[in-house]
Write a protein that binds this ligand. Structure first.
Ligand code: CTP
Ligand code: MG
Length: 232
């Protein structure tokens, strides 16, 4: 019997959104006709490549069960964790009986609702024959400074600096073992950093600049602007 490689989406959505300073976690704030997380999940489902989407949700979250998408047949709910990496690991464990070690997992922030099918397919096509995997990223247009206190100590070589976005795409088995090995390490702020800690070198795939992360209040208006101008 031949086994064909599957694709899984993992969505960490158990953060509190401190920097957003709103009355609820930012993934539940309204954006056009839906909440932020509904946009994110619908766009992942619309790409039509994932066997399922595993979403990590905080145990104290009263908003999630109210959403229709929580009972979508392709959506699996997992418990959230203390840090983002703990939430991702929990979602990976929730699909462990379904996924094979060689399957691909695309981890995507709930707080990035402007993700396009174009970027998802571009990431998959760029990495599907790769051994390690990689991430969507953006180069920096600004000149970048290394600062100590209030003083610039050097100007960085911009050609070597990229901003890490999501999705980040790795093999199920490798990603799970890398996150398990890195558990409790505060330096692991994305999936790629867990693989880097293993001595591996994830690839960079240039993403679209409209794939923003909603972090501060002004980002909602920007996300709305992008959504109104995307034809995806
Ligand atoms: N996340 C998570 N579990 C955590 C922390 C974060 O699943 N313990 C998720 C968030 O819900 C978000 C993604 O990871 O979708 C990216 O994190 P970030 O933008 O930092 O979100 P928050 O941690 O919620 O925001 P803040 O850092 O401002 O509190
Ligand atoms: Mg955070």
């Amino acid at each position: 019997m031949t086994y064909s490689i599957k694709y899984w989406a993992v969505v960490p959505a158990a953060g509190v959104g401190k920097r957003m300073n709103a009355d609820r976690p930012k993934q539940y704030l309204p954006l056009l006709d839906k909440t932020v997380i509904e946009h994110t999940l619908m766009r992942l489902l619309k790409a039509d490549v994932f066997s399922a989407v595993a979403v990590a949700i905080s145990e104290e979250d009263p908003y999630w069960p109210e959403l229709d998408i929580a009972s979508n047949e392709k959506v699996i709910t997992a418990a959230g964790g203390k840090e983002r990496a703990d939430s991702v690991l929990s979602a990976l464990k929730a699909i462990r009986t379904l996924a094979s070690d060689d399957d691909w997992v695309l981890v995507h922030d709930a707080a990035r609702p402007c993700i396009t099918t174009i970027d998802i397919i571009h990431l998959i096509n760029s990495l599907k024959t790769d051994d390690v995997g990689g991430i969507l990223a953006l180069s920096s247009h600004d000149t970048l400074k290394n600062v100590q206190g209030d003083f610039i100590v050097e100007t960085l070589d911009r050609r070597h600096i990229w901003r890490a976005l999501t999705p980040q795409m790795f093999r199920y088995g490798l990603l799970k073992s890398a996150l398990e090995a890195a558990e409790g390490n505060p330096a692991i702020t994305d999936e790629a950093s867990a693989l880097e800690l293993k001595g591996l070198q994830p690839k960079i795939v240039e993403g679209r600049p409209d794939n923003i992360k909603i972090t501060r209040p002004e980002d909602l208006a920007l996300a709305q602007f992008y959504m109104e101008h995307q034809n995806d």
